[in-house]
Design a protein around this ligand. Structure first.
Ligand SMILES: C[S@@+](CC[C@H](N)C(=O)[O-])C[C@H]1O[C@@H](n2cnc3c(N)ncnc32)[C@H](O)[C@@H]1O
Length: 314
């Protein structure tokens, strides 16, 4: 199989917005950002990485964003959508750099192996480290839990700030063994984090087939047997109640999740949201308030907001 690659010479200021737009709105099979600064630093950040100057000579001054689609996808329509999105982002006052868009086709195999070179261990916290399947890692604390991961074509390498906000929320919430539902699981990273942090049982849901496959494979890679996966939209076909609901999805989609939450949350249960652009926060706050929820903690990284939420006191 071949893949259509859409390559944009742009600015790091729009990295997150393009990444989410490509995956959630255009159903990209994968995205990749190559920042000159990351490549130049890689040599000293990761002893094992040798940066070939040939690899970076064609990079723009700031960032090259790449989105991967099925070869059958409508190339011209996608280019137009990216171009419109860049204009919209520029309208918000963000730098879009050169904003040059080009396209080409590559063999699927090339992409799957090419990006592995730039994906390394994330020593996330005292309790969790994310370790790509092909890397060796020795934790500084012997009880630090390792999340082994091969994200494949699904979202969720652990590199994204929204994933990290959700993981922080999970660490804070899991004060005893609890049941968890991970809505929009992608690679399964948050479901695996929950299980490793001591969840009793975890349900991982997503609407995409790639996510179902990746979440199952990654659960197996971590020898976890208490994660079930279910293909459904949000909590639509989900049965039962949970102690923790975690969801890292765009704000527009979280707005549809909020009315479903009460029926699936145990007494004293907690909710963790991530994936909210700070400009969208007021809409989320209003909807939570109307549905009987309150925000206990607000976390922020760059433009992204994470929330810890509980039911309002009766
Ligand atoms: C931003 S990714 C998060 C992946 C992973 N949980 C993480 O934190 O890195 C959002 C995920 O939500 C899924 N998604 C989007 N709309 C959804 C819906 N209506 N129901 C379930 N999953 C959905 C996407 O397929 C994608 O895997």
């Amino acid at each position: 199989m071949k893949l259509l690659v859409i390559k944009i010479e742009t600015s790091h200021e729009v990295e997150d917005a393009l990444s989410i737009f490509a995956q959630d709105n255009l159903n990209a099979l994968g995205v990749e950002s190559r920042k000159r600064s990351d490549f130049e630093q890689a040599g000293w950040l990761h002893d094992s990485t040798v940066v070939e100057m040939d690899d970076i000579k064609d990079l723009p001054e700031d960032m090259q964003f790449m989105a991967y689609f099925d070869e059958e996808a409508d190339k011209d329509a996608l280019v137009k959508k990216f171009s419109d999105k860049l204009e919209e982002l520029k309208g918000y006052g963000l730098s879009i750099g050169e904003a040059e868009i080009s396209t080409n086709y590559i063999a699927d195999q090339d992409w799957n192996t090419a990006w592995q070179k730039y994906y390394h261990v994330i020593d996330f916290s005292r309790h969790l480290a994310i370790v790509p399947e092909w890397e060796d890692y020795k934790p500084a604390f012997k009880d630090q839990q390792l999340i082994k991961l091969d994200p494949g074509l699904a979202f969720g390498t652990g590199n994204h700030k929204t994933t990290q906000l959700a993981m922080m929320g999970l660490e804070r919430a899991m004060i005893k063994p609890m049941s968890v539902v991970d809505v929009g699981t992608g690679s399964g990273i948050l479901a695996i984090a929950a299980s490793k942090l001591g969840a009793t049982d975890v349900l991982a849901t997503d609407i995409s087939d790639e996510s179902m496959t990746a979440a199952k494979q990654n659960s197996a890679l971590n020898d976890l047997t208490n994660i079930r996966v279910q293909k459904t939209s949000l909590l639509a076909d989900v049965e039962g109640k949970f102690d923790i609901i975690v969801a890292n999805i765009l704000a527009e989609i979280l707005l549809d999740l909020i009315p479903q939450m009460d029926a699936h949350l145990n007494e004293g249960g907690q909710i963790i949201f991530s994936g909210i652009d700070y400009l969208q926060l007021p809409k989320i706050e209003k909807s939570l308030d109307e549905d009987g929820f309150k925000i206990d903690l607000t976390m922020k990284q760059g433009r992204w907001i994470g929330l810890a939420i509980t039911r309002k006191d009766k």
